[in-house]
Design a protein around this ligand. Structure first.
Ligand code: ADP
Ligand code: MG
Length: 450
């Protein structure tokens, strides 16, 4: 529309032809943002004159031609560079805010997902849904064992949708979050705050795309299934996309109400199984590339050794690579098969029978709350770390025979009294705090899936 705008400027605001050719004609659009037109002034010396004389006319002409009231800003070559940097920074900030409000991990995208025979169907279905959400497969139900890439795929879909259209409302939550927020809304509601339930419903129903991860943990409570049922219906009838993941197909989730089960079967069900050797190698290579691990020159036979020994959990596959490098740094040893064997010795174990140890509890809790082992062992006292730490204390007490002193040692040398306090605190809170009790029972299930 620029020529049209210039023409309008010429006929309506320029006193002479010369004024037009001197001042207006050389101007070009430097950039168009959501609400501002940036106009490039080639001759720095003329900037002031143009700003003073033509700012308002430009606003008017642009509004008349485009039908939208843009701000107008004149830039010169040298401040244009600064301006561009600012714009890029603002854009970055904006997109990370979008990701955050959707609860997305920036690393989990289609680009970083390795496609193999174990997941190509789930991957293709995810891509199709990401291309046209709400259209073809609704709901999309992805299932598979722990650490096989369900969460990664779900985030990839959400990223893809937001990249194509950042105005889309996309919400990713775990079924635990859904349940706990519902419990809290109901509780506050009982205390007379009627807005609580309305807010809850708005949050979950006002979406173009809703992703619920690990639906197997929603089971149990009737009121949760009831609410989820209505949420599902609300979204589904209005053509909004629902994506669900679980460790099992709907028909095998025993505690799932029949009406939810049927609905989960309406769309497409896709499974992810354990990766074959080729895929495991490809994932290790990808991880090496993405994390910049090439500088360690991990030999082929070491990669093959890892891929040969870690078969059924991609998180462990990645974890073993990290551990190998950490060991090599720490002990100043070369990366070879002997060191790999050392790194893997806790992980190479028959998959089904695993003993519940304090270390396992710590790993699972760390992953569940997304806090590092170092923080759990450390001295930080903020709530995000204290709660998981106390849950570890409690579960060690309840699920293992470890003496409190040993638990204290594991948690970086906490004394007997603080461990005992933590155990009691959780035990007492569990009596009254339904959301906490939900969380603890989910962690128990993660520890002991059978
Ligand atoms: P799940 O949700 O099924 O338990 P995740 O999606 O959390 O598993 O995956 C565990 C880890 O393995 C993540 O770090 C993820 O990035 C990685 N991962 C899983 N599948 C793949 C894949 N096909 N390509 C690359 N990384 C993968
Ligand atoms: Mg997951």
């Amino acid at each position: 529309n620029w020529p049209q705008i210039l023409k309008k400027m010429k006929t309506e605001y320029c006193s002479s032809n010369i004024a037009y050719t001197t001042w207006i004609e050389p101007l070009t659009v430097y950039e168009l943002s959501e609400d501002t037109v940036y106009i490039l002034v080639k001759l720095k010396a003329s900037l002031e004159h143009i700003e003073e004389k033509y700012m308002l006319p430009f606003k008017v002409c642009i509004a008349e031609v485009t039908g939208y009231e843009y701000e107008v800003s004149f830039v010169t070559e040298d401040n244009a560079v600064i301006h561009r940097k600012k714009a890029i920074a603002a854009k970055k900030q904006k997109s990370s805010a979008v990701l955050e409000s959707a609860n997305l991990n920036p690393k989990y995208t289609f680009d970083t997902f390795v496609v193999g025979s174990n997941n190509n169907f789930a991957h293709a279905a995810s891509l199709a849904v990401a291309e046209s959400p709400g259209d073809i497969y609704n709901p999309l139900f992805i299932y598979g064992g722990v650490g096989l890439g369900k969460t990664h795929l779900m985030h990839s879909i959400a990223h893809h949708i937001l990249e194509k259209d950042s105005s889309k409302k996309v919400l990713y939550v775990t079924s635990e979050t859904f349940t706990n927020e519902l419990i809290d809304a109901l509780k506050i509601g009982k205390n007379g705050n009627e807005l609580a339930m309305t807010t809850f419903r708005e949050k979950y129903r006002n979406n173009d795309v809703l992703l619920i991860d690990d639906i197997q943990f929603i089971i149990g409570k009737e009121s949760t299934q009831e609410e989820f049922f209505h949420t599902f219906n609300h979204l589904h009838v209005s053509g909004r996309q629902i994506i669900i993941s679980s460790d099992k197909p709907p028909k095998d989730i025993e505690t799932l109400e029949a009406r939810l089960r049927t609905r989960f079967e309406w769309g497409l069900i896709a499974d992810i199984s354990s990766p074959d050797y080729e895929t495991r190698m490809a994932i290790l290579r990808k991880k090496e590339e993405l994390d910049g691990l090439e500088r360690y020159h991990i030999p082929d036979d070491v990669m093959q050794y890892i891929a040969n020994n870690i078969k059924s959990n991609i998180r462990e596959l990645e974890g073993s690579l990290n551990k190998l490098i950490a060991l090599s740094n720490l002990e100043k040893k070369p990366i070879d098969i002997a060191l790999a064997a050392e790194a893997l010795k806790d992980m190479i174990s028959p998959d089904n029978i695993r003993e519940i140890t304090p270390e396992l509890i710590m790993d699972i809790v760390s992953e569940h709350f997304n806090v590092s082992i170092a923080d759990l062992k450390g001295r930080k006292r903020n709530a995000e770390i204290v709660l998981p730490r106390q849950i570890i204390m409690y579960l060690c007490r309840e699920m293992t025979d470890t003496p409190l002193k040993a638990v204290g040692a594991l948690l970086g040398g906490k004394d007997h009294a603080s461990i005992s306090h933590g155990v009691k605190k959780i035990a007492a809170d569990l009596e009254t705090d339904e959301a906490l009790s939900n969380t603890v029972s989910i962690i128990r299930k993660k520890l002991n899936p059978l």
